[in-house]
Ligand binder design. Structure first.
Ligand code: ADP
Length: 214
């Protein structure tokens, strides 16, 4: 049986997904397990293209609708590469014995790239073949707190506006209300340590993997 886990952290910008991914990786390692953080957009060629687009270093179109479609295609292409590339793809890493922790996955496409039911349908279709992770952790943070945290960052990406965050949060609530697989929802206003402990507790209760059964 394959005991390696594919865990995804989701949340609006500034919700603490990177912080928790790092702590979770260290926890697995402290238990003698191999673990790696493999975020989306990925560190691969398409992921870099996405990052440059978000920073406005690369420019495709000024038409908002076309831009959203463009991003949806790029993210889906990057996701395929992120999962299946044979150098450092998620499934390759799992085969090599790593737990893989991804900050963001197809859920982010559904919440960031969709403003209308038509867009939701389009993005869902682009992503329908991607498998669910073993666990998705949604860190639920109020918009005001997110904005405060983001103000402290030097480089603000184009998604980080109040309206956008509000829409993204509403979308998250919608998709996770219908989600059928393993999901942990956490209040993002709790302390970093409290959230970390909640995550570990959930994992210990729901999964068995080497060195963590005692
Ligand atoms: P994300 O990767 O989801 O955008 P980060 O993990 O980068 O978010 O966290 C954003 C900022 O908020 C960082 O400065 C981080 O130290 C801080 N932070 C993260 N989690 C918490 C928390 N639970 N309470 C207070 N501050 C937090």
């Amino acid at each position: 049986m394959n005991n390696q886990l594919f865990i995804v952290l989701e949340g609006i910008d500034g919700s603490g997904t990177s912080t928790q991914a790092e702590l979770l990786k260290k926890y697995f390692q402290s238990q003698g397990d191999k673990a790696v953080i493999s975020p989306e957009p990925s560190a691969g060629p398409i992921g870099n293209l996405i990052r440059d687009t978000l920073k406005k270093r690369i420019f495709f179109t000024s038409d908002r609708r076309l831009f959203d479609e463009q991003m949806a295609y790029l993210f889906a292409a990057d996701r395929h590469d992120h999962l299946y590339n044979e150098v450092d793809g998620v499934f390759k890493l799992i085969e090599q014995g790593f737990h893989v922790i991804s900050t963001r996955y197809y859920f982010s496409s559904l919440v960031y790239n969709c403003q209308t039911p038509e867009q939701f349908e389009f993005v869902s279709r682009l992503n329908y073949k991607f498998p669910n992770p073993d666990l998705v952790i949604y860190i639920d943070l109020p918009i005001e707190v997110s904005l405060k945290r983001l103000q402290e960052r030097s480089l603000q990406e184009i998604y980080e506006t109040e309206n956008k965050l509000t829409q993204v949060k509403t979308n998250y609530q919608k998709i996770f209300a219908d989600y059928q697989d393993k999901l942990l929802v956490i209040e993002g206003t709790k302390s970093i340590e409290t959230i970390h402990q909640q995550i570990i507790e959930f994992i210990r209760l729901n999964f068995s993997f080497k060195n963590t059964l005692n």
